[in-house]
Design a binder for this molecule. Structure first.
Ligand SMILES: CC(C)(COP(=O)(O)OP(=O)(O)OC[C@H]1O[C@@H](n2cnc3c(N)ncnc32)[C@H](O)[C@@H]1OP(=O)(O)O)[C@@H](O)C(=O)NCCC(=O)NCCS
Length: 183
């Protein structure tokens, strides 16, 4: 799938599978991550790590064989991303399932459809890879993400009361799945 670009009042939005970083992609991704962490939705990070740590993390994402990356750009600048994680090769019994993880959009680029665009593109990729179901989990406080995933048809099947720890408080988390395959 080539990159898909739409231009509207919200700007030029491009959704793209990324297998290598070019130009300022890595810097842009790090900056977008930093702004998401500062705002409080840094997919796990609670404090902004050193830039080298972020760079190593994002370089590593492209090196993991079971991982795929979809990014969203606003006017060419990487503004958010989502990852598809597949079961390791030894786990044949769960090879049909993927996990949607690390979805985020930088605060300055939210509300323009980038989140919906990158998750929808990841679903298309998952179908192409022959996956049948997608799983994900998130903090119960992540209201925008809950709205996004529920509007895309993800079914909540459980809530973990001791899911995450933020500023000393234990926060519950929700678990979702979406059946995307033929079986
Ligand atoms: C969740 C997130 C990725 C959404 O990104 P976005 O680009 O702003 O989302 P979109 O503009 O594509 O909105 C898609 C849908 O999400 C939902 N949504 C987005 N923002 C919302 C908000 N503030 N409150 C409730 N629902 C919201 C809506 O259903 C929206 O559809 P609509 O525009 O038709 O109403 C973004 O808010 C984010 O990065 N949050 C912090 C990180 C996070 O929670 N990640 C998910 C955990 S894995």
């Amino acid at each position: 799938m080539a990159a898909v670009t739409t231009t509207g009042p919200a700007g030029r939005i491009t959704v793209e599978r990324l297998t290598q970083y070019s130009g300022t992609d890595l810097d842009d991704l790090c900056e977008a991550t930093e702004s998401a962490i500062v705002e409080g939705g840094g997919f796990g990070w609670l404090k902004v790590p050193a830039r080298q740590v972020l760079e190593n993390y994002w370089k590593g994402v492209l090196l993991v064989p079971e991982r795929r990356l979809v990014v969203g750009r606003l006017d060419g600048v990487v503004a958010g991303s989502v990852q598809l994680s597949r079961a390791p090769r030894n786990n044949e019994a769960q090879a049909f399932a993927g996990t949607v993880t690390g979805a985020f959009v930088a605060p300055w680029a939210r509300g323009r459809g980038i989140g919906r665009g990158i998750v929808s593109a990841l679903e298309i990729l998952a179908v192409e890879l022959g996956l049948v179901v997608l799983n994900l989990d998130l903090r119960a406080t992540q209201r925008a993400a809950i709205g996004l995933y529920e509007s895309l048809g993800y079914q909540r099947w459980g809530t973990h009361p001791f899911y995450s720890q933020v500023e000393g408080d234990i926060v519950p988390g929700h678990y979702y799945y979406k059946h995307i395959g033929p079986k």
